[in-house]
Design a protein around this ligand. Structure first.
Ligand code: NAD
Length: 367
């Protein structure tokens, strides 16, 4: 059976569709926030949301974040995200994945899907039977795992924050407190370790955390204690919403710079951090390396790790200019980053000059 796409009337978004296919139990949302720079690109998240509205809220919030994130890199993509309301451990079937692939295809390329929480490259390979509009697939021209690039961008972002706050990128002797040491967090920690950092970790995955603490000589604290550790840099590398108005008065760090998406529960938390003189590296800028990596896959000339690394490296300069602008205009770093992203969108700086090339796929575009 064909999936049914029902457009929801949502102001400020290019197109938000509810996707259903009753025979396989598919209920999903594809949220396309903005197409100014090019086709929207964003991960496909599998999550057992408690209801449709919670899923819609997440998809809309994440796709808007992707618009800003994409606007900050010169790769010509808009903001999109999709969520499949299902438990990835128990409700994922090939039929459901194929039905979702068909739904993506029906949109004709204005949304390009990628891996996200609960969705693996193997899942993408099944969707790819129905649509070419995917990145991050396993094939010879693939960009591979994005985590090393996200981690490198995060590391360079940490250096930018150190430079701005302390006048030097020197890492030796500085104390970094990690909330979450998963795929990205581990690599960031490794970059810091070799430059002489002092590390503290907390992770709900106690075994992995203990293994990594041993590897890097890190101290381990509980997940409740990590946010308020006395440290130079708090490095959020777990889930969103780590920083909020309840815990901001208790923070004992100089800088917050990590890879997690949606670190601040609310945008206004950026103002509270500023009042406390805590320098915050906006998440959608510092964690752009993963996006840069997958987008490079659809370049005309195909994926190139050197070009990807060099582009990811620019996160250092982007963040420095955001910190400087925030200081000059007396606003939070989040506001400065959003203002810059909006300016780039308004003036179409970084707009895609040509159609994306799906090197991985021989599928005919059938939309
Ligand atoms: P991951 O799942 O590999 O790692 C997350 C880690 O956080 C896990 O070890 C998990 O056990 C831990 N964790 C979960 N809840 C926690 C809590 N309350 N306290 C402490 N630890 C907790 O994910 P990842 O790929 O490393 O991504 C980390 C963050 O970075 C996510 O927010 C993700 O959205 C964001 N991000 C990742 C990429 C990428 O390339 N992987 C790109 C951009 C943004």
């Amino acid at each position: 059976m064909e999936p049914i796409l029902e457009e929801l009337d949502i102001e400020g978004y290019h197109k938000v569709v509810k996707v259903t296919e009753p025979s396989c139990g598919l209920v999903a949302i594809i949220s396309i926030h903005d197409l100014t720079m090019g086709p929207s690109l964003g991960g496909i998240r599998f999550y057992p949301y408690k209801n449709f509205d919670a899923a819609l809220f997440d998809a809309m919030r994440l796709s808007k974040g992707m618009t800003y994130k994409s606007a900050m890199v010169d790769f010509g993509c808009g903001g999109g995200k999709s969520v499949i309301i299902a438990d990835p451990k128990t409700q994922k079937t090939p039929e459901l994945l194929r039905a979702f692939g068909k739904a993506i295809n029906k949109l004709g390329g204005i949304y390009i899907g990628a891996e996200d929480s609960g969705c693996s490259p193997e899942d993408l390979a099944i969707m790819n039977e129905e649509t070419p509009y995917l990145v991050g697939l396993m094939h010879e021209k693939s960009s591979g795992h994005p985590s090393p690039y996200t981690a490198w961008g995060t590391f360079r972002g940490i250096e930018a924050a150190l430079k701005f706050r302390f006048g030097s990128t020197e890492i030796a002797g500085k104390h970094f407190a990690f909330q979450g040491v998963g795929s990205v967090g581990e690599i960031v920690a490794e970059h810091l370790f070799w430059r002489g950092a002092k590390l503290t970790f907390a992770d709900v995955n106690i075994e992995n955390c203990a293994r990594l603490a041993k590897k890097f000589g890190a101290k381990v604290v509980s997940t409740d204690e990590i946010v308020t550790q006395e440290c130079d840099v708090f490095v959020p590398c777990a889930l969103g919403g780590a920083i909020h108005k309840e815990n901001i008065p208790h923070l004992k760090c100089q800088i917050i710079a990590g890879c997690a998406n949606n670190v601040l529960l609310e945008e206004s938390d950026g103002d509270l951090l500023r009042e406390r003189n805590i320098l915050y590296a906006p998440d959608f800028v510092i964690n752009g390396g993963g996006l840069i990596n997958v987008v490079c896959e659809i370049a005309k000339e195909g994926y190139c790790p050197i070009a990807t690394r060099n582009s990811t490296d620019k996160i250092y300069e982007s963040l420095l200019s955001i910190f400087q602008e925030a200081e000059k205009t007396d606003c939070s770093t989040v506001k400065a980053a959003i203002t810059l992203a909006k300016y780039r969108l308004q003036h179409e700086i970084g707009k895609r000059p040509y159609e994306p090339c799906f090197h991985h796929s021989s599928n005919k575009v059938t939309s």
